[in-house]
Design a protein around this ligand. Structure first.
Ligand SMILES: [Zn+2]
Length: 186
């Protein structure tokens, strides 16, 4: 299961969904990663420990915590990063506890890319996660952040309603681009 659990408010909807409808079976295959678990856990946005080059000296719980705290307006960022359950943080944006920055949709992809550069390395400085990512080459040709929480921007939801069709999978695509960049720099 991917790190992205989806907003808490959706849980009820999830339960009510008709799971008896036939959906494609998604699993990790020879050439495709769908779920960031086991050996691929390090690819997850919820993988423990993330230290960007800027910001507080204390590492974030996960990369997702960093992204979620950047999503908040400036004075709320420390608060957003301070709680362990990132599901709860996402919920705060819906209940109005946290205010989303006005330019979020314009900056989120650049922020994620920057975060991935810190996580995997940039240029000739490759981190341990970066080496693991490089090791997926050339076997893995596709990375999809599959989820069941109807998260179709960063990933692709595979619930009967979405069935993987609407997912833009930006995060999965970014991981592959990052790998290409690391290969180029080697
Ligand atoms: Zn869905």
């Amino acid at each position: 299961m991917t790190s992205y659990g989806g907003p808490v408010q959706k849980d009820k909807k999830l339960r009510q969904r008709d799971w008896s409808k036939k959906t494609k079976v998604w699993r990790n295959t020879e050439d495709t990663i769908h779920w960031f678990r086991m050996a691929y856990l390090f690819l997850s946005r919820g993988y423990k420990g993330y230290q960007p080059q800027h910001g507080p000296h204390k590492p974030y719980f996960t990369l997702e915590h960093y992204i979620l705290s950047e999503r908040a307006i400036k004075k709320q960022r420390r608060r957003a990063a301070g709680i362990q359950a990132h599901r709860a943080i996402r919920n705060w944006f819906q209940t109005g506890v946290l205010q989303e920055r006005a330019d979020w949709e314009l900056v989120r992809e650049a922020l994620m890319w920057q975060a991935l550069q810190h996580k995997f390395g940039v240029g000739t400085t490759i981190t341990e996660d970066g080496i693991n990512l490089l090791n997926t080459y050339p076997k893995i040709t596709k990375i999809i952040e599959a989820n069941i929480a109807c998260e179709n921007f960063w990933g692709a939801c595979v619930c009967p309603n979405c069935n993987g069709q609407r997912g833009r999978n930006i995060y999965g695509e970014m991981l592959l681009s990052m790998r290409d960049q690391l290969i180029g720099a080697r």
